[in-house]
Design a protein. Structure first.
Length: 257
């Protein structure tokens, strides 16, 4: 497993190097031809996904192979929400010592999305898991969730990642949201009924069939017609009837649904 993670991180590293070279290339007139070359050197998300899947635990794979039944009534699901890149974009250029979080751009349809989640309390239980530090996360939750805040089941932050101290205060590439941690702490929740909504494939790499990955909401992608959250709502409307979400997501993943 360790070697797989090492390979994964080296894929990431090459991706990040390529992205760096992409931005430096932008100023050159031969951008078009160099971009074509660059495209070939980037690891595709499907190659990363294949590597992730080849290293899953046998128990996880076995559970995700148990066919899901379409239930006549929705069954309770735990929705774990990421914040940055999924619900909002934080422009840190506008940060200051009075506002370390920066300017917050809400993703289109966010209010409808939150109303949808919190008006279905009988079968959606919502918690937050952000990899930002606690103070930042609590600030963002105040701004983003407003009156829904009191209905959150829990708020998890960077301190739940069990990172070594040096990585806690740095931009660690080892970040993974291990859902086992939630499943071990609360027996109601398990692989059958847990859904992580996160723009990062890598942070969900230990339980990929429990994750929905909307396109990352970044400044460059900001546009009025971004409809990722509407698509997530449609997908959740299907998942809420499933007895085993990991089977359903494995066979009908969000991004090609
Ligand atoms: Mg994110």
């Amino acid at each position: 497993m360790e070697s797989a993670i090492t390979r994964l991180l080296s894929l990431l590293k090459s991706s990040s190097k390529s992205k760096t070279s992409k931005s430096s290339l932008k100023s050159k007139s031969s951008l078009k031809s160099k971009s074509s070359t660059l495209k070939l050197s980037l690891p595709s998300s499907s190659s990363i996904q294949r590597l992730i899947i080849s290293n899953l635990s046998p128990t996880y794979l076995e559970n995700s192979s148990k066919p899901s039944q379409h239930l006549s009534q929705p069954k309770q699901k735990l929705i774990i929400l990421d914040i940055n890149g999924t619900l909002i974009y934080r422009d840190k250029n506008f940060g200051s010592k009075y506002n370390p979080v920066g300017k917050i751009h809400l993703r289109p349809n966010l209010n409808d999305f939150l109303d949808f989640l919190f008006s279905n309390e009988d079968y959606f239980k919502i918690m937050i898991w952000s990899t930002a530090r606690p103070m930042t996360v609590y600030y963002l939750v105040d701004k983003v969730f407003d009156h829904h805040k009191t209905k959150l089941l829990d708020i998890w932050t960077r301190d739940k990642l069990e990172l070594p101290k040096v990585e806690y205060f740095d931009k660690s590439r080892n970040i993974v949201k291990n859902l086992d941690k939630i499943w071990q702490s609360e027996e109601t929740w398990n692989q059958m009924n847990t859904i992580l909504i996160d723009d990062s494939i890598l942070k969900a790499r230990l339980q990929p069939f429990n994750a929905i990955h909307p396109i990352s909401f970044r400044k460059k992608f900001q546009r009025e017609n971004d409809d990722e959250l509407l698509k997530v709502m449609d997908y959740l409307n299907k998942l809420k009837y499933q007895s085993n979400v990991s089977f359903f997501i494995r066979h009908s993943p969000f991004n090609i649904y």
